[in-house]
Ligand binder design. Structure first.
Ligand code: HEM
Length: 407
């Protein structure tokens, strides 16, 4: 069947959901030639791919480069940026047994108790940011709240001192822009070197004087439990890349969904705790990570297609989450779905997002504090969308906090 699907078409980036529906209906496992990958769009098939680490490997760097960006392979490239440190495994792009060992080591820094302990601080920072946002002349929900909140929290978790926050923000912005949204490569390389060096020294310091922050908990285990210096540096960088912009986008996407739905907004004002349901439904309805990437280790039959060994596979979680065979009226945004939790926005299986509780806690705090503290909020001007088919979210979301005069 001839069927074309252009990921980078601005209309698809603006609203990919009609294209996903066509894919699910007409070509649920679609072989795209440029870039050369197999696009999987139905819920059951997407879940099969991301839960089957044996046939669908995450070790992308093992066979070649990122198919969207053939000149650069982020995991290998990041590893190499640590000059003098030999190539090391990265959690996100490793398979068992390496993945099992790494995940076990880093899980200690993400126990429910450790994450829950951050809630009061997350609430405090959120309240401050929301209050500040109400005082600026042209407020922007991304610039003033959705971007700084996860950045401040992850910097504090990693023990970055206040006087290095500006540097840290510049480096992580440069790195994330270059890796995920096509920003300047030179700026990305500079940022990656600076940030690798920064974490390298922080890890060395924590080894000499262990502390109770996240880096401390990563490197102070005994024997095989502790990460090596290179593993710890890589993990810190992964936390920045995986956890930063995704959370910003979850907050922005939730706000955007609520702008279009005054009934739900009114309900949140009356009942701010419903923010948790709104955030979960946004993960399903318009999640920050639209697609993941795998490579087949053998020939695989899936959804009526035969995928050869060594092929790139793109499970479209954004499409799975709108599959009517799983979610009734999937294009409706609802707070009372019985099975919203079945969404695949945080992945599934062994790579299931390690930061999911943190991301949810930050997004719920942001939406709840807006409902509590801001009497009126509406979009003002056009939001700027991130030009990426994989990362769904906004660069800016100008808002007005002044209710129009009613006569
Ligand atoms: C893994 C999404 C926030 C750290 C993943 C995966 C997804 C995801 C889909 C699985 C990737 C795969 O299977 O290939 C998201 C979304 C977030 C978010 C939508 C925000 C709304 C965070 C945060 C952190 C984080 C806040 C940490 C601070 C990680 C790490 C992995 C991961 C380390 C790799 C886990 C592994 O390979 O075992 N995330 N994430 N994420 N996420 Fe998140």
């Amino acid at each position: 069947m001839t069927y074309s699907f252009d990921f980078n078409d601005p209309a698809v980036i603006e609203n990919p959901y009609p294209s996903y529906a066509l894919l699910r209906e007409r070509a649920p496992v679609f072989h795209s030639l440029d870039p050369d990958l197999w696009i999987v769009s139905r819920y059951d098939d997407v879940r099969t791919v991301i839960r089957d680490a044996e046939r669908f490997s995450s070790a992308i760097s093992a066979i070649g480069s990122d198919p969207f960006n053939p000149t650069m392979n982020p995991p290998t490239w990041l590893t190499r940026s640590l000059s003098g440190i030999p190539a090391v495994r990265v959690l996100l792009t490793s398979d068992p047994p390496d993945h099992t060992m790494l995940r076990h080591k880093v899980s200690r820094a993400f126990t429910p108790r450790r994450i829950a302990a951050w809630e009061p601080r997350i609430r405090e920072v959120t309240a401050q940011l929301v209050d500040q946002m109400t005082t600026v002349r042209n407020p922007d929900l991304v610039r003033d709240l959705a971007a700084p909140l996860p950045a401040i929290i992850i910097a504090e978790m990693l023990g970055v001192p206040a006087d290095r926050r500006e540097d840290f923000k510049r480096w992580s912005d440069g790195l994330i822009d270059g890796l995920l949204t096509g920003g300047s490569r030179t700026a990305m390389i500079r940022s990656a070197i600076a940030i690798s060096w920064y974490f390298y020294r922080a890890v060395r310091r924590r080894r000499r004087a262990p502390g109770d922050d996240m880096i401390g908990s990563l490197v102070t285990g005994t024997g095989a439990e502790a990460l090596t210096t290179a593993e710890a540096v890589n993990f810190c960088i992964l936390l920045l890349v995986a956890g930063h912009e995704t959370t910003t986008n979850l907050i922005a996407n939730t706000a955007l969904a609520l702008f279009d739905r005054p009934d739900i907004r009114d309900r949140l004002r009356a009942e701010p705790v419903a923010a948790a349901a709104a955030v979960t439904e946004t993960l399903r309805f318009d999640g920050p990570a639209q697609a993941l990437l795998r490579v087949t280790t053998a020939e695989v039959e899936l959804g009526g297609a035969t995928i050869p060994a060594g092929a790139y596979v793109l499970p479209l979680v954004g499409s799975a989450n709108r599959d009517p065979s799983r979610f009734a009226d999937p294009d409706e945004f609802r707070l009372d779905r019985p099975n919203t939790q079945d969404h695949l926005a945080f992945g599934a299986g062994i790579h299931y997002c390690i930061g999911n509780a943190l991301a949810r806690m930050e997004a719920v705090a942001a939406i709840e504090e807006i409902a509590r503290r801001v009497p009126f909020m509406a979009p003002s001007g056009t939001p700027e969308r991130i030009a990426s088919p994989v990362l769904r979210g906004l660069r800016s979301l100008p808002i007005t906090l002044r209710a129009p005069h009613t006569s």
